[in-house]
Ligand binder design. Structure first.
Ligand SMILES: Cc1cc2nc3c(=O)[nH]c(=O)nc-3n(C[C@H](O)[C@H](O)[C@H](O)COP(=O)(O)OP(=O)(O)OC[C@H]3O[C@@H](n4cnc5c(N)ncnc54)[C@H](O)[C@@H]3O)c2cc1C
Length: 505
């Protein structure tokens, strides 16, 4: 019996989850990864006993992890030592005010009512509406394949888009619930998780904050990097072969089918099916022949990028919660700088991941490991971007703000720093424009059937899985992408070469 061969280009979360499903369904799967380790934007670095999650740090929407892990034949909750964070995150507003988003309803009520009378009741109503958007969009928009335009553009879906309030800005929607500007920011800034401008995103994306607060925040001991590690070990148990340090440079086409892969070391290998997990616009531009299609891809709107500082600290800073958000005192200007000028304000908003308080293994005893994520404009050739100056400005802006918020001596306890810039995301992981929260943005006209399809329109044995195809970016959505792409492959292909079967019998 001759199994059909599948190659997966990239050992990111989506690539490995796809590999597992296909191997379990009888395909012969090989993964080619350009770097020396698996995990892509969800991998880790360890230096001098300090461990940092490279990109993903927030385990958002655990219900999706559970669902996709079930498809992989795994029980998500049994795969990891999961800590349930009672404080989801601490918010520092630009005017000195603070808010701990907590599962403790009494604490939430006390804090919210102090900020705006009657707001607790409206907070509950906002969560109900946002979580309803999540459930509706999960069922009707995110967790299903759209094989034809008519499956997407029909009356039922138009009604769904209307229900999801895609016509209304999140900013307008949030004002129905809160008058207090800080509360409005507290429940909309999450749009940045998808590289979106919270001032322009549609109301539908209230599902991010609602899902976070309704489903809570989990953290796997050992860090988010445990997720790709688990996928890698399960894939290997299923017989998936991994080839690391293997850069795919071209997908060779024969007529209307992808035929063979060419790698930077000159090797040429034939496969029956191809799944590209590396960034989709990058693949159209660099691996595939049709420059017209690639040009169209460039016309999409791209998500913002991120500057990330990982700091090994020589003493613990217990005042940090596990997740901490510092919102700019010039909130609108700081968002305009990112999304309109592809740059950064002198007063950036940023996020601090401080996992040691949940998981002591992230740093040597009596020390600390923190990662600071500063959203910033993506690489843009048309705008002058002085990245050295932007990096310096971001570091200064972060340290000054931390001082103001009480972390006075943090800078002098930085033992070492590892920094990832938009160029690094582009060169290390091939993410177009360094747009790590996409790369392709999540505007409504770039979602569902309008997002680049998970099968190439011309080459029918070439599929895509990952953040730039349907349904979108972020670990839960790329897991869903793996499930949907695999479903499509299984629907359209038999795992065994039936012709060779017939010849043999
Ligand atoms: C700073 C930051 C913060 C984030 N925060 C969160 C968060 O808190 N929560 C969350 O859920 N998500 C978060 N994300 C997003 C999340 O990390 C990504 O959505 C997810 O990891 C993407 O997985 P993927 O499989 O689609 O792609 P990738 O991780 O990009 O994997 C693609 C793989 O393909 C490989 N590759 C590329 N080109 C080639 C080639 N030519 N040949 C061979 N291999 C190739 C790459 O090396 C990479 O390993 C964050 C991301 C970043 C960067």
């Amino acid at each position: 019996m001759s199994k059909k061969s599948v190659v997966i280009v990239g050992a990111g979360v989506a690539g490995m989850a796809t590999a597992i499903i296909l191997a379990k369904n009888g395909f012969d799967v090989t993964v080619f990864e350009k770097n020396s380790q698996a995990g892509g934007r969800c991998s880790q670095i360890v230096s001098n006993g300090h461990r940092f999650d490279l990109g993903a740090t927030i385990l958002l929407m655990p219900s999706i992890y559970r669902e996709v892990f079930r498809t992989l034949g795994l029980n998500f909750d049994e795969c990891f030592d999961l800590k349930d964070l009672s404080s989801i995150y601490k918010l520092y507003f630009g005017n000195g005010e603070r808010l701990v988003i907590s599962k403790d309803e009494a604490l939430m009520k006390m804090q919210l009512e102090a900020m705006e009378p009657e707001s607790f009741k409206r907070y509950k109503a906002y969560l109900k509406a946002g979580y309803e958007f999540f459930r509706d969009s999960y069922k009707n928009l995110l967790a299903r394949n759209f094989y034809t335009l008519f499956q997407f553009a029909n009356l039922a879906n138009l009604m769904m888009l209307f229900r999801l309030k895609v016509y209304l800005k999140h900013q307008t929607f949030i004002r129905r619930f809160f008058k207090n500007k800080n509360l409005q920011q507290a429940f909309t800034f999450q749009n940045i998780y998808l590289g979106q401008n919270p001032l322009k995103a549609p109301a539908l994306f209230s599902m991010l904050s609602a899902a976070e607060m309704v489903e809570g925040a989990l953290f796997p001991v050992g860090g988010m990097g445990r997720i790709p590690s688990k996928l890698e070990s399960v894939a290997k148990e299923c017989g998936v072969k991994f080839v690391f340090n293997k850069i795919v440079t071209k997908i060779d086409i024969d007529g209307k089918r992808a035929n063979q892969l060419i790698c930077d070391d000159g090797t040429i290998t034939k496969f029956d099916l191809f799944v590209v997990n590396s960034d989709l616009p990058y693949a159209y531009r660099n691996l595939l022949p049709d420059k017209g299609l690639s040009g169209r891809m460039e016309k999409n709107t791209y998500a913002c990028s991120a500057l990330v500082f990982h700091w090994g600290l020589s003493k613990p800073f217990p005042a940090f919660e596990h997740h901490n958000i510092f919102l700019s005192k010039q909130y609108k200007e700081s968002l305009d700088a990112i999304f309109d000028h592809y740059s950064l304000s002198a007063y950036p908003s940023f996020y601090v991941h401080a996992p040691v308080r949940t998981d002591a293994s992230a740093a040597p005893e009596n020390e600390d490991s923190i990662s600071v994520i500063v959203p910033i404009g993506h690489l843009n050739e048309k705008n002058h971007q002085d990245w050295e100056a932007l990096k310096k400005g971001a570091r200064l802006g972060v340290l000054e703000r931390l001082k103001i918020e009480g972390f006075i001596d943090l800078e002098e306890h930085i033992k070492f720093e590892v920094c990832y810039t938009p160029q690094a995301w582009k060169s290390i992981y091939n993410v177009s424009r360094g747009s790590v929260f996409g790369s392709i943005g999540h505007q409504i006209m770039q979602m569902g059937y309008f997002r680049p399809h998970n099968r190439h329109d011309r080459y029918k044995n070439l599929y895509f899985a990952g953040g730039s195809t349907h349904p979108g970016n972020g670990v839960p959505l790329v897991l869903l992408s793996a499930k949907l792409t695999s479903e499509r492959i299984l629907k359209e292909n038999h795992p065994v070469d039936i012709r060779s079967e017939e010849i043999n019998t």
